[in-house]
Write a protein that binds this ligand. Sequence first.
Ligand code: PEP
Length: 258
Amino acid sequence: MNANMSNTKLVVGNWKMNPATGDEAKLLARKTRHAASLLEHISVVVCPPFPFISAAVPGKKSPHFHLGAQSVSIEEGGAHTGEVGAAMLKDLCVEYVIVGHSEMRSLGDSDEMVSKRLKAVLDAGMMAILCVGEKVRDESGSHFDFVREQMKKSLANITKSRSSGVIVAYEPIWAIGAKEAMKPEDVCEMTIFVRKIFSDIFGNDTAQKVRVLYGGSVKFENAADIIKIGQVDGLLVGRESVNVAGFVDLLKAVDEVK
Ligand code: PEP
């Protein structure tokens, strides 16, 4: 059992810049929603590209299927060409927003920017999925310092009372889009570490409740072990989330984890 004692696993599908058309997005969302509705212990969040969010809106609300977004503007509105604000996402029934994804960080998002995006998400009453993770690993263990700094800086403007709106997704960059995921035993070490940092920042009571996800080359074959041995509360899935058959198998595998 993971630290927040919940038996419901959160599986977030980050569709990235896929699929190519609104019709495909609609179908993908419908099939994912249907699969989630048949499972007991799963809550799925799909994060389509902005133009396809409305295509994924469910006909009726379900505890098993939710909408997410891949980023958000730090601005509330006005002259900000190309930006999409938190209130706009909320208006589209979005409940979760990814912030600090490594692909956004590689385009220039600093920890300071991530903290502003995170605040915009919480201010709008949505849940923030904060991605952290090191680029490389070496013998010196510098990845611990790296992740600690990312968390401290990204959570700098958040009070303890608002920390319940944050989910931490540990995504080692070297495992994203790779052949292999991180070993489940190593995921477990980082799950404990992430909770320890959360405890240092907000106190032990909140650290027990925060949901910690793992992301990086998760598929049907490794999902159950990562959940069970890695002691995470869920997964952040990239490529496999747009492969319906693989994603449905992955959801079933996670649902069966006791
Ligand atoms: C991601 O980009 O967040 C991710 C986890 O991708 P993938 O599952 O494809 O490694």
